[in-house]
Design a protein around this ligand. Structure first.
Ligand code: ADQ
Length: 460
């Protein structure tokens, strides 16, 4: 690609890049040169009519500012109280307010104008996630014909759930403004195709692309991964436990953002079933659930926190002994190296989302294992990661007995089977490593049919 790469994501890294996605995009920008644009962590409301420099070395970082009302309406509102629940099949939690949608569109339009002002003819734009669905249509309406790619990190919604959105038909039109729509799994692609098939404005072309009014869009899956080599390295030298003399014999670990999509009440209840059905009273499994606080200003997140505190209190009240607390619910973020050490120490990784784009924790757990004595991954079928990770014990998190049974099986699994399953999973983790994901996506975007002419629209 001759021009610059311009990455757009709501969160922009400040300081040293950390975390899989941020590091991967950082590397892509280092290799190709370019600009990363995201929401300014500075809450100042001044200067919303321009991009602010957050540093120019080794690539440009530029930020757009939001007013307090825009943060509430565009970010906590439309993105996290409308689009997030719709994509995660929780239409019961959707909160529709006209100001949410108005500010979502206003922020996207302002950003489109700011980007268009500085765009070179050969620049390629890569937009990340549901905060910016309409950005391409808005850029097109400003005359931009550059290649624009989009990647959705969360599940593609079910076609019937889309009807819950205000003006549901916008969703397909917004996506069609991109040259390439990248999704996590083949199932996501199938759902996107179902949406286009049901839309009279769309026509499938012989090469598999979709013609939608004046646009041609490609849709494909690019399962995201982790820097597996780095995690394998950290795990090999990690401190594997803070427990000291109280080191549990059987450790089950969960690590998630505290989000209702992660199936945490189901995980706790399934663990309760496991304790209830214990045949050997000497067996004292411990579930360590580390849940990083998330979106605490949204009501649904406050409710799930109280619910989890209540369930863990009930389970611990019923089963704790003087020298054993079966469920440890740690409501905070922990240092990355410590988390990887805990994953290596655990006999079981328990990942139970009810809907999840990919779930990187599942891949991190696998990469963190000791190849000579690996733990077992128990993984929800509803995580994108389950599409390829056939070496995991796959469960339906709504079925508490099935989850409890899988954990029991994992705790008793002979070494030979553990190794065999681990090797299968590790192969998937390595094949989908983050550098491969970035390269595959950008190569595919470069080969997409370019947007040649535009029929500008007055508004998105
Ligand atoms: P998330 O919903 O945030 O990501 P996930 O993919 O599991 O979910 O990534 C979470 C990251 O945060 C992991 O790197 C994990 O190690 C870390 N983390 C989780 N709990 C932590 C804790 N308590 N302390 C410290 N770190 C913690 C969204 C989508 C996913 C998709 C990713 C990437 O929802 O489906 O896989 O983007 O595309």
């Amino acid at each position: 690609m001759a021009g610059r790469l311009i990455v757009v994501s709501n969160r922009i890294p400040t300081g040293d890049p950390s975390g899989g996605l941020v590091v991967a995009l950082h590397d892509a920008l280092l290799a190709r040169g370019g600009t990363w644009i995201g929401a300014d962590p500075d809450p100042s409301e001044e200067g919303r009519d321009r991009l602010h420099d957050l540093g120019n070395v080794p690539y440009q970082k530029r930020a757009f500012r939001l007013s307090a009302a825009e943060r509430a309406n565009y970010y906590s509102g439309y993105a996290n109280s409308v689009l997030w629940p719709v994509c995660h099949r929780r239409t019961d939690l959707v909160e529709i307010r006209s100001e949410y949608r108005a500010d979502y569109l206003a922020v996207n339009l302002r950003l489109a104008r700011l980007i268009a002002k500085e765009l070179g003819p050969q620049d390629v734009i890569w937009v990340h996630d549901y905060h910016f669905l309409p950005l391409a249509t808005m850029l097109r309406s400003l005359g931009v014909t550059n290649r624009i790619g989009f990647f959705l990190h969360i599940p593609f919604p079910n076609i019937t759930d889309l009807d819950v959105l205000p003006r549901p038909k916008d969703f397909a039109r917004w996506l069609a403004g991109y040259n390439l729509v990248g999704l996590q799994t083949r199932r996501d692609v199938a759902r996107a195709f179902e949406m286009f098939r049901a839309d009279p404005r769309a026509e499938f072309l012989r090469d598999g692309t979709v013609k939608f009014e004046e646009n041609i869009v490609s849709v494909a899956s690019f399962p995201i991964g982790i820097d597996s080599e780095q995690i394998e390295g950290i795990a090999a030298r990690a401190d594997t436990g803070p427990f000291g003399a109280a080191d549990p014999r059987e450790l089950i670990i969960g690590a998630d953002r505290l989000d209702y999509s992660k199936g945490l009440p189901q995980k706790f209840e399934a663990f309760g079933r496991l304790l209830q059905g214990r045949i050997d009273p000497q067996a004292r499994p411990t579930l360590l659930q580390i849940a990083s606080p998330s979106r605490a200003d949204v009501a649904a997140y406050q409710q799930i926190t109280s619910e989890l505190q209540a369930i863990s209190g009930r389970i611990n009240g019923r089963y704790s002994e003087l020298d054993w607390q079966p469920l440890r619910f740690v409501h905070r973020s922990v240092d990355r190296e410590r988390l990887i050490g805990l994953m290596r120490r655990a006999e079981v990784g328990l990942v139970t989302p009810l809907a999840d784009g990919m779930n990187l924790v599942a891949k991190e757990f696998v990469a963190a294992q000791d190849p000579e004595d690996p733990g077992v991954l128990v993984l929800s079928r509803f995580a994108g990661a389950a599409e390829d990770m056939k070496g995991a014990l796959l469960i339906n998190p709504h079925d508490l007995d099935e989850t409890a049974g899988a954990v029991e099986l994992a705790l008793a699994m002979p070494l030979a089977e553990r190794k065999c399953r681990f090797e299968d999973c590790l192969q998937v983790v390595r094949d989908s490593r983050i550098s491969v994901w970035t390269d595959r996506y950008l190569a595919r975007l470069a080969s997409c049919v370019p947007t040649l002419s535009l029929a500008p629209r007055a508004s998105a």
